[in-house]
Design a protein around this ligand. Structure first.
Ligand SMILES: Cc1cc2nc3c(=O)[nH]c(=O)nc-3n(C[C@H](O)[C@H](O)[C@H](O)COP(=O)(O)O)c2cc1C
Length: 403
């Protein structure tokens, strides 16, 4: 790497430089006015960590188990669609980084590399994330393929039965492959490193779904079919059906309500992820950190509670665990690393988070992540004015019009 990288934000800056805007905005942005996206980070920032001294913290134990799976630090690589458009064979590179570092990796239904590509390139069992499609035979087929590939857990995402509107993506004409307008063409041509990388990539379409739909003769037919497949009718019975046919660990993702958390326990899920999809679905939803304590209070003694939304530093992991999460998942932090430097970039993101977690534990007087408790965090007034610089979302004029 040319210039030193000292935080995930440096990886973000590098990703912004390397990617065409249409791809960077897809990774970086959120739904609507990006209120929830902002809240995720602002509310984590507003929690303060209690410094605690005069304890021997020369050895810090940071490993945990997530649904029985060992994790070197309390973090898993969360599912993100189209990661393989940020770097050639991106999901395979990220899975290899996760295996090397020792954290679980979850492959998205909407990945570019397929379940089988990742299974062939790795030896550690990975997790598969499922979006339920209207066509049940596709769901069945994906579940069967994940089982055959040895996936040890299925993450069922509950919060994408309709797709959140991301204004930047609509403005940019994001599609697979990106729609070529004059502006996009110029944008893409002015990022030759990315373009050359993509030319080397094994796949450039939805690797898991490509073979599922025989009648989709070309990429745009496949994209249209996928867009028509998100299923607003799926309900508790559908989730029970998944529980019945998937006999390994089941994790429900997108839990933001205590009632939903209780249902997850009732149907026999092994874990839940408190998540608002990184602010990409219901704009105006609360931050995931703000609802975490009530969900942990309601079900934390009966099911593993994981957290995502806004994790950018090791301190954020401590805060989420202080609020009761057993472990966290990361979306954008590892994606920025992948987009910046491929497998090395994902490893860099993981090492940065590990080092920050270790330092944060030392300064808060903790020698074991198992000892992180609510006493380590305290609420403080927000630090920053709202509004993320350089966001791909609403323009400043639009933002101020709404204030
Ligand atoms: C570019 C992008 C694509 C995503 N795709 C998926 C997906 O395919 N399935 C899913 O369950 N969640 C998806 N998510 C949500 C993430 O799994 C995770 O919930 C979210 O990114 C956490 O917030 P963070 O990015 O602040 O860490 C995606 C997130 C991003 C940023």
């Amino acid at each position: 790497m040319s210039t030193p990288i000292s935080s995930v934000f440096d990886l973000e800056a590098r990703a912004r430089k390397r990617l065409p805007a249409v791809i960077f905005d897809y990774v970086h942005g959120g739904a609507g006015m990006e209120l929830t996206l902002q809240r995720n980070q602002d509310d984590l920032c507003a929690l303060a960590l209690r410094q605690h001294d005069m304890r021997d913290v020369s050895h810090r134990q940071m490993s945990v188990k997530m649904v029985g799976e060992p994790a070197t630090i309390p973090l898993a690589i969360g599912p993100t669609g189209l990661a393989g458009l940020t770097w050639a064979n991106g999901e395979v590179e990220a899975a290899k980084a996760a295996e090397h570092f020792g954290v679980p990796f979850c492959l998205s239904t909407m990945s570019i590399c397929s379940i089988e590509d990742v299974a062939d390139a790795t030896s550690r069992p990975f997790w598969f994330q499922l979006y339920l499609m209207k066509e049940h035979k596709v769901n069945e087929s994906l579940i069967r393929r994940a089982h055959e590939a040895g996936c040890s857990a299925l993450i069922l995402t509950l919060d994408l039965h309709v797709q959140g509107k991301r204004w930047a993506d609509a403005r940019n004409g994001l599609s697979v492959p990106p729609r070529l307008t004059l502006h996009n063409t110029w944008d893409i041509l002015s990022h030759p490193r990315w373009l050359v990388g993509m030319a080397r990539s094994k796949r450039r379409t939805f690797g898991n779904l490509q073979g599922e739909l025989k009648q989709a003769k070309n990429l745009s037919a496949l994209t249209q079919w996928i867009e028509s497949q998100f299923d607003p009718s799926f309900d508790l019975d559908t989730v029970k059906w998944v529980r019945k046919i998937w006999d390994r660990k089941l994790i429900l993702k997108g839990i933001m309500h205590v009632d939903d958390a209780r249902l997850a326990v009732d149907i026999g899920a092994d874990a839940i992820i408190v998540s608002n999809h990184g602010g990409r679905q219901l704009d105006g939803a609360p931050s995931s950190i703000s609802v975490l304590p009530e969900i942990v209070e309601a079900v934390g003694d009966r099911i593993e509670v994981f957290f995502d939304g806004g994790i950018r530093t090791g301190g954020d992991i401590v805060k989420a665990m202080g609020y009761g999460a057993r472990a966290c998942l990361s979306g954008r932090a590892w994606l920025y690393g992948l987009a910046a430097e491929g497998m090395d970039g994902v490893l860099c993101a993981l090492h940065l988070l590990e080092q920050e977690l270790s330092d944060c534990m030392a300064l808060t007087g903790l020698d074991d992540v198992a000892h992180i408790d609510p006493g380590v965090v305290t609420a403080q007034p927000a630090l920053r004015p709202p509004g993320r610089p350089g966001s791909g979302g609403p323009s400043p004029e639009l933002r101020s019009a709404y204030r």
